[in-house]
Design a binder for this molecule. Structure first.
Ligand SMILES: Nc1nc2c(ncn2[C@@H]2O[C@H](COP(=O)(O)OP(=O)(O)OP(=O)(O)O)[C@@H](O)[C@H]2O)c(=O)[nH]1
Ligand SMILES: [Mg+2]
Length: 447
């Protein structure tokens, strides 16, 4: 996510942090690199220019001159301004006064609207424990309705739809609203049709749907990879239909980040959510502060903890703790642990949120570790249940069998068993008396 931008900005600012005093030339040099980094990330050039100008002004201020660590102070200035252009405060999802609160999703073809409808539905149900319904208002192609219906079935969210040949988007929207009212459903999400480029017919249709159901939120779904074009289409949609915010998709791809960084400044609309993958659970609320920290390689511990809490079931954690105390942590538990970490997302993303590891390092670890994780799974799955519960059974010939079965080598199996023993030891230390302290020491060791 924003790897190149992150790398560039960090190297620009890195030239400042080591120095005891900063000359004008130092600052100018760094600012030039910052500007280049932004432009290369496809940030709107006016936005980049005013960003750099603001930092220049603040960097000449007293705070920097008097600071014992002027480089750090400049980094802080950059961070604060980054938060500012990303939108400042985190924007919340609005609720209507009387249910259902309607969220309408609009955007160009393939931006990720349909996926986003499912993601938002899941998000709302998980965060607020309220009922959500999706309305299939894209009647452009029969397959579109089919796609939402299937998605809805997968995540167990009702989808309201009508016969494509007989209905219209407005009818579907109105009838869905009636149905939601009758069923006392709190949220209604409208998936609408996209077009390749903005055209008048599309805009008219969307205007009509909007005035028929009066949504509390109208989100433009934007593909982060389209860069400046996305920003331009954003302004146009906003002018015609009136938007309340944006949902930026595919920031897990090689998006250069420019769209995210320019959207708020150019359109005045906050980014409220970001899509970080294809799966329905891969949606995150957008927090400018956390995003700035991630971009500057400072990690994002808050999101990491939230993800961990979401993926690791509380009962499961208690059960594991009990097993640890009784010294029963076995390979099944290890496999569970690995799987819950994997569910948190690609490792590079997880590592990127740990301060100190930063985006760059996380990137390098990505391939190696994804492969290694799959190996760990394969190896453990090639063992018998008895072996998993009691790894001591694994003598030489059994290890060879496991290696064959998992397409690895006996030394890789040994490596895994060593890892298991280390993990077991570490877990014992953490869960035993003085565990908190041990954990703190470990965290310090990581920095
Ligand atoms: N990697 C990644 N892929 C995504 C994300 N959001 C959507 N996609 C993918 O993008 C493609 C298009 O998504 P859709 O949700 O069908 O897009 P749409 O805007 O509904 O498209 P139309 O209905 O044709 O206008 C699909 O292959 C999705 O899996 C995301 O956040 N990350
Ligand atoms: Mg669609």
């Amino acid at each position: 996510m924003f790897e190149t931008l992150s790398e560039r900005l960090n190297s620009a600012l890195g030239t400042l942090t080591g120095k005891g005093r900063l000359s004008e030339k130092d600052i100018e040099g760094a600012l030039r690199q910052v500007r280049m980094a932004l432009l290369e990330a496809d940030v709107d050039f006016k936005v980049a220019r005013s960003f750099v100008a603001k930092i220049r002004e603040e960097a000449q201020g007293e705070a920097v001159v008097k600071s014992l660590t002027p480089g750090q102070t400049v980094v802080k200035i950059v961070q604060d301004n980054l938060v500012e252009i990303l939108g400042g405060e985190s924007a919340q999802l609005e609720r209507g006064e009387t249910p259902p609160s309607v969220i309408m999703l609009v955007g160009l073809q393939g931006a990720g609207k349909t996926t986003a409808a499912a993601k938002l539905a899941l998000h709302i149900r998980r965060e607020w424990k309220q009922d959500v319904m999706i309305a299939a208002c894209d009647l452009q192609r029969p397959a579109a309705v089919e796609q939402v219906v299937t998605l809805g079935r997968q995540i167990d969210i009702p989808v309201y739809n009508e016969d494509v040949r007989k209905s219209t988007p407005i009818k579907v929207a109105k009838n869905a609203l009636d149905r939601a009212k009758r069923d006392d459903t709190r949220w209604l999400i409208l998936d609408t049709a996209g077009r390749l480029a903005i055209d008048d017919d599309l805009m008219k249709e969307l205007e009509e749907v909007k005035s028929a159901v009066n949504p509390v939120e109208t989100f433009l779904v934007v593909d982060a990879m389209t860069g400046q074009d996305a920003v331009n289409s954003g302004s146009e949609f906003n002018r015609r239909i009136g938007l309340t915010g944006m949902l930026l998709t595919k920031i897990d791809g090689d998006a250069r980040g420019g769209a995210a960084l320019s959207m708020k400044s150019v359109t005045g609309l906050p980014v409220k959510f970001v899509g970080v993958g294809e799966r329905p659970e891969q949606l995150e609320a957008f927090h400018p502060e956390r995003m700035a920290q991630r971009i500057l390689g400072m990690g994002d511990v808050t999101t990491l903890i939230e993800k961990a809490q979401r993926e690791i079931d509380e009962d499961e954690a208690k059960r594991l703790e009990g097993r640890l105390r009784r010294n029963e942590f076995d390979l099944n538990d290890m496999l569970d642990q690995f799987r819950s970490i994997r569910r948190m997302g690609p490792l590079s993303e997880v590592f990127g949120m740990i301060p100190g590891l930063g985006g760059m390092m996380a990137n390098r670890m990505q391939n190696v570790d994804e492969k290694r994780m799959s190996q760990v799974e394969a190896i453990i799955l090639s063992m018998t249940p008895q072996e998993r519960a009691n790894p001591r059974l694994l003598n030489g010939s059994r290890r060879r069998r496991v290696a064959n079965g998992s397409g690895t080598s006996p030394s890789q199996v040994n490596q895994l068993l060593n890892q298991y023993r280390q993990m077991q030891k570490m877990m014992k230390r953490i869960s035993g008396p003085g565990g908190e302290r041990a954990l703190q020491n470990m965290m310090q060791g990581m920095r």
